[in-house]
Structures are given as structure tokens and as C-alpha cells.
Design a protein around this ligand. Structure first.
Ligand code: ATP
Length: 201
């Protein structure tokens, strides 16, 4: 069983996934990390991106300047589509390969864009981590040392809370301390084990 885990910026996805991994030994795949792997130097996708957009999308050390690329495709829907159709299948392959190596009873796919990217199709259940917007703002500002206005702008661009929640099979409400978050993860883990034992009977 693959369980997808998503949520808005600073909602607590990483904190929840860490609990699944550390307390229960669950194999966690990070979709964000995979999206960086496929454009590493030496990968064919980086060559194709440079062919299309020029050297301006490279940093001096030869790695992808993600901010420059984002800026270039931001107002060009056709270019964005081109980029997505190049990268999405590659990211999907990386995710699938990693998920296939899981030894735990189920695996977790953590993705901020689980729903928007279609990655949810690889999962059998979806967890949404939900936190009040004021907490998303304050926790992210503290973690990243960036102004709340900047985080607010990212939140405005993300899928809104209600829409995201409408896709959830399970919701983790992260509006208290970490112990409360961990307790919810532990309960879900137990529920998944029960589900799996039922499925294998
Ligand atoms: P992003 O989408 O930006 O990657 P995220 O959803 O993975 O964020 P986390 O990094 O898990 O969110 O959480 C944001 C910050 O808030 C982190 O510094 C984390 O340690 C902290 N945090 C998360 N949950 C709690 C909590 N219940 N109590 C206190 N701090 C928390």
C-alpha cells in the first residue's frame, strides 16, 4: 500500500513523515527530492532544459538555477507545459523505483503537489496535514528566517485548504505541539496495519 501525504507550506508534512519513519520504520519517499534529482548535472533532462532556455538557467557550478527557470516559465504557459511534460514522467519513474524498494508494510509518498501533479494516482490513500494558516506562517517564518509576507504569497498560490481537504482519506490536524502530531501519526499507523491485515485475509 502506498499512502500519499500532502499539505500546504509549513503544515507539518516533514514532521509527520519523520514520525512515520522514526517511530514505525515506514519507508518515506520525498517527491520534492526526486524533482531535484532528475535535473542534476549529467542527467539528460538538464541538457534538454539548457538547449531550450540557454545558459541563463545554469549557475556557475553547472547546476540548475531553479529560480531563474521558474521565472522564465512563470508567464509562459506553453513553456511551463513543455517543462512539466519533460519532468513529470522522469520524477514519476524515480518515485516508483524508490517506492518499489520499500521493505515496510506500507510506504509513504510525501509531496506538496500530490494532487496537482497527479502523483496521487500512485497512492491508495491520501493523508492531508492541516494547520491553521497563522501557524503555517509562523512556523515557516521561524524555520526559514524569511518574512511572513513571502510565505503568505506562496500560500496564496497554493491550492486552498478546503480544496486540499476534500481529497483526504485521513486528516492530521497539526494545531498543537509535536506530541499531539505524533499521537495522530501513531493512530493512523495502527489503522493502516489493521487495514493491511484485513486486506491480506
Ligand atoms: P514545507 O512545505 O515548507 O516543506 P512542511 O509541511 O514539511 O513544510 P515542516 O517542515 O514539517 O512542514 O514544519 C514546519 C516547521 O514547523 C518546522 O520547523 C517544524 O519543526 C515545525 N513544526 C511542525 N509541526 C509542529 C508542531 N506541532 N509544533 C511545533 N513545531 C512544529
Amino acid at each position: 500500500m502506498i499512502v500519499g501525504l500532502t499539505g500546504g507550506i509549513g503544515s507539518g508534512k516533514t514532521a509527520a513523515a519523520d514520525r512515520f519513519a522514526q517511530a514505525h520504520g515506514i519507508h518515506v519517499v520525498d517527491a520534492d527530492a526526486k524533482s531535484r534529482v532528475v535535473v542534476e548535472p549529467g542527467r539528460p533532462a538538464l541538457v534538454q532544459i539548457v538547449e531550450r532556455f540557454g545558459d541563463a538557467v545554469l549557475l556557475e557550478n553547472g547546476t540548475l538555477n531553479r529560480a531563474a527557470l521558474r521565472e522564465l516559465v512563470f508567464r509562459e504557459p506553453q513553456e511551463r507545459l513543455w517543462l512539466e511534460s519533460l519532468l513529470h514522467p522522469l520524477i514519476r519513474t524515480e518515485i516508483e523505483r524508490d517506492l518499489a524498494s520499500a521493505k515496510s508494510p506500507y510506504a509513504l509518498l510525501v509531496s506538496p503537489l500530490l494532487i496537482e501533479s497527479g502523483q496521487y494516482q500512485m497512492t491508495q490513500r491520501i493523508i492531508v496535514v492541516d494547520a491553521p494558516e497563522s501557524m503555517q506562517l509562523s512556523r515557516t517564518a521561524e524555520r526559514d528566517h524569511v518574512p511572513v509576507e513571502q510565505i503568505h504569497a506562496i500560500m496564496q498560490a497554493q491550492t486552498d485548504r478546503e480544496e486540499r481537504l476534500s481529497h483526504a482519506d485521513d486528516v492530521i490536524t497539526n494545531d498543537k505541539d509535536l506530541a499531539a502530531l505524533h499521537a495522530q501519526v501513531d493512530r493512523l499507523h495502527e489503522r493502516y496495519l489493521v487495514l493491511l491485515s484485513g486486506a491480506s485475509e
